[in-house]
Write a protein that binds this ligand. Structure first.
Ligand code: NAD
Ligand code: UDX
Length: 480
């Protein structure tokens, strides 16, 4: 029986390994992590992450060929194939701070693999890493370890949160990069055999190591670039009377452009896009390519602009001040169907409104009060580092209350900001909502999910990203 060990039981390691275990009954999969509470949660009835369909997959294999453990060294030593799926956040200090990937966790995992291994291993980069990381890892693994062969592969993960299980069941492609040597090709074949249990052979792409590593950064940069492009258009739409949904549809029907990933929004969030683009920017700068670096940097800049534009719109619409006004924040996760808040636009929007002294009442169906308070008190980039490196979360923040229901958040508020596209926000009884609010009652839809015409008939003043403006909003002072 092939033994797989995955280091890192997070959003990628957990679901990915659960699906491998489900699809490959002849493979024994153990997911290890240094975070004991996380492993305990994987072994309990309440998994540490919310992901539709995940519970079902875990229930089917846990205890059969899927195991979660904190005995990291033991399972690494026993494995044939080791996936490394630890976090690679943006560096917060030192050389490349604010841009470069922090490979501390990766390096310590690699050193541990080198220390405890007693047999040949295939080591798979599952984390997103800078191009050429495999070379550094190879040096760490082979240093002082004569007689043991480590073959390194790059197998970046393309799942998106909220649809992870469906993405893993039916991936557009699986990418495996390896050295163009007999050992490299043998390792590629071994990993390809694992995926071939359920992924059609033509969707398993094999490349050299550097292409695989760079393809992951490139894919995220291209995806994020589409969102910043459409968000940049949304600003122009608001100034000209064009409707960004119509523009997206019109350009998306061109088969060369395609319809996906063209939804204008309050900005993209998540643990990957910003981090990976900044990493790409840093790599370009280090390779003496400032023009290329500046091109990609602009994708992040437009995203920051979109978030601050949204805050400015809220404030300017409400007579240029939100001081002491209650504002309901609907949704805090970075997208629907996840409880993940890493780099969620809600953090910047809430901080912006708090900067203007608003009172915020926040509701998200999957994010806990503790998490929201932590996010609103944390510095940029601290988030993805282990909790022992993070400041303790406060028990409260002045002007912020976290509530358990959308109607409670909205009651007596002057305005509503929809920051996550949860389905339940589309289905609210907006007449009841209107009746419970201060007047004039505003809705700022950061995800374009409400029926604006219906809401206007009720009496709301509605702002939707990139849509023709209400006469009320047009008359307000220009948005910076
Ligand atoms: P995560 O923070 O959810 O999980 C990483 C886990 O690794 C943590 O539980 C941490 O405790 C553990 N860890 C760190 N160092 C360790 C060590 N030395 N030994 C054992 N465990 C250790 O991160 P994630 O979201 O799963 O992302 C992991 C990697 O995958 C990142 O490089 C990310 O960029 C990439 N990625 C993420 C996504 C996504 O949607 N989240 C998608 C594709 C790729
Ligand atoms: C992304 C990539 O899609 C995935 O392939 C990679 O493995 C990890 O990073 P993820 O961040 O989980 O996945 O979610 P994604 O669906 O890409 O959404 C990212 C952000 O972009 C969210 O905040 C989402 O709301 C926003 N978004 C997405 C838009 O604003 N408009 C769109 O059209 C699509």
């Amino acid at each position: 029986m092939v033994k797989i060990c995955c280091i890192g039981a997070g959003y990628v390691g957990g679901p990915t390994m659960a699906v491998i275990a489900l699809k490959c009954p002849n493979v024994q999969v153990t997911v290890v992590d240094i975070a004991e509470p996380r492993i305990n949660a994987w072994n309990s009835g309440t998994l540490p992450i919310y992901e539709p369909g995940l519970d079902d997959v875990v229930k089917q294999c846990r205890g059969k060929n899927l195991f979660f453990s904190t005995e990291v060294e033991k399972h690494v030593a026993e494995a044939d194939i080791i996936f490394v799926s630890v976090n690679t956040p943006t560096k917060t200090q030192g050389l490349g701070a604010g841009k470069a990937a922090d490979l501390t966790y990766w390096e310590s995992a690699a050193r541990m693999i080198a220390d405890v291994s007693k047999s040949d291993k295939i080591v798979v980069e599952k984390s997103t890493v800078p191009v050429k990381t495999a070379e550094a890892i190879e040096r760490i693994l082979t240093h002082n370890k004569k007689g043991i062969n480590f073959t390194i592969l790059s197998n970046p993960e393309f799942l998106a949160e909220g649809t992870a299980i469906q993405d893993l069941f039916n991936p557009d492609r699986v990418l495996i990069g390896g050295r163009e040597t007999p050992e490299g090709q043998k390792a590629i074949n071994a990993l390809r055999d694992v995926y071939a249990n359920w992924v059609p052979k033509e969707r398993i792409l094999c490349t050299n190591l550097w292409s695989a590593e760079l393809s992951k950064l490139a894919a995220n940069a291209f995806l994020a670039q589409r969102i910043s492009s459409v968000n940049a258009m949304s600003a122009l739409c608001e100034s000209t009377g064009a409707d960004v949904t119509q523009v997206s549809h019109s350009i998306g029907t061109d088969s060369r452009i395609g319809p996906k990933f063209l939804n204008a929004s309050v900005g993209f969030g998540g643990s990957c896009f910003q981090k990976d683009i900044l990493n790409l920017v840093y790599i370009c700068e280090c390779n003496g390519l400032p023009e290329v670096a500046n091109y990609w940097k602009q994708v992040v800049k437009v995203n920051d602009y979109q978030k601050s534009r949204f805050v400015n719109r809220v404030v300017s619409s409400m007579f240029n001040t939100v001081s002491s006004k209650k504002i309901a924040i609907l949704g805090f996760a970075f997208k629907k169907d996840t409880g993940d808040t890493r780099e969620t636009p809600a953090i910047d929007v809430c901080k912006g409104l708090l900067g203007d002294k608003a009172r915020l009442s926040i509701f998200d169906p999957q994010v806990t009060e503790d998490q929201i308070l932590k996010d609103l008190s944390m510095k940029k980039f601290d988030k993805d580092h282990p909790s022992h490196l993070q400041p303790a979360s406060p028990t409260s923040i002045k002007q912020v209350s976290i509530v358990g229901d959308a109607y409670e958040a909205i009651k007596d508020s002057h305005g509503i900001c929809i920051l996550t596209e949860w389905d339940e926000f589309k289905k609210l009884d907006y007449q009841k909502v209107f009746d419970s609010m201060q007047k004039p009652a505003f809705v700022f839809d950061g995800r374009n999910i409400v029926d604006a015409d219906k809401l206007r008939k009720i009496g709301f003043i509605v702002y939707c990203i990139g849509k023709p403006l209400d006469p009320w909003l047009k008359d307000m002072p220009a948005v910076a």
